[in-house]
Design a protein around this ligand. Structure first.
Ligand SMILES: [Zn+2]
Ligand SMILES: [Zn+2]
Length: 199
């Protein structure tokens, strides 16, 4: 793999794209929309962008207007913004979930077909500068950029709507699963005292 990367870099340096079957032709207009949403272009955004482009093909995804597509992101870095723009998996709809392993991995679920895919970024050579990294992530053959497999977890449940409970101490409302009982009173997390001794 390292050999291929080196060759690819050499080719880029002579401003010729490698003649490798499967080299991505990126959707520039969509990339521009992601950059606009995110605020700047960067290799991190490129990771999310490319992961979505591959997932769209593999799972025949269209923009998720409700929760028919789910993304589980294993990081909260720049790439998550591309996921929101391209797939419609958003924090607000509850179909973008954060699994905090700190890995550059994204899993996608198509609830209509049951198809799933997990992509994790391969190690990139340290020798690439920022610009080269971004170009490589966007344009190199997909199997060089990511290891593509299946998630080891099943599709998460649909987002639920919860009753709002009014905190008996401060009067603010909070979702039912976040309420604690303290001295027999229902209280919010801000008003519940910390109690953290355990073994
Ligand atoms: Zn960024
Ligand atoms: Zn409270």
């Amino acid at each position: 793999m390292l050999f291929c990367v080196k060759r690819l870099l050499q080719n880029q340096q002579t401003s010729k794209l490698p003649k490798v079957k499967g080299v991505a032709r990126m959707d520039k207009a969509l990339w521009d929309r992601c950059v606009e949403f995110h605020g700047h272009e960067c290799p991190g955004l490129a990771i999310g962008f490319r992961a979505c482009e591959i997932a769209k093909n593999e799972l025949h995804l269209t923009f998720s207007t409700d929760e028919e597509v789910v993304c589980v992101s294993e990081n909260d870095a720049c790439g998550v913004d591309a996921v929101q723009v391209i797939t419609g998996c958003t924090a607000g709809k509850g179909n973008l979930l954060h699994k905090d392993t700190g890995k550059m991995a994204f899993s996608f679920f198509n609830r209509k077909t049951g198809k799933t895919v997990r992509l994790i970024l391969n190690h990139l050579p340290e020798t690439m500068n920022r610009e080269e990294r971004q170009k490589y992530i966007l344009e190199a053959p997909k199997d060089q950029v990511f290891t593509i497999g299946k998630p080891k977890f099943t599709v998460p449940e649909y987002a639920q709507k919860f009753n709002t409970i009014i905190c008996e101490k401060c009067g603010e409302g909070a979702a039912e699963p976040k309420i604690r009982v303290h001295n027999g009173k229902k209280v919010c997390l801000d008003c519940a005292p910390d109690y953290d001794i355990r073994w």
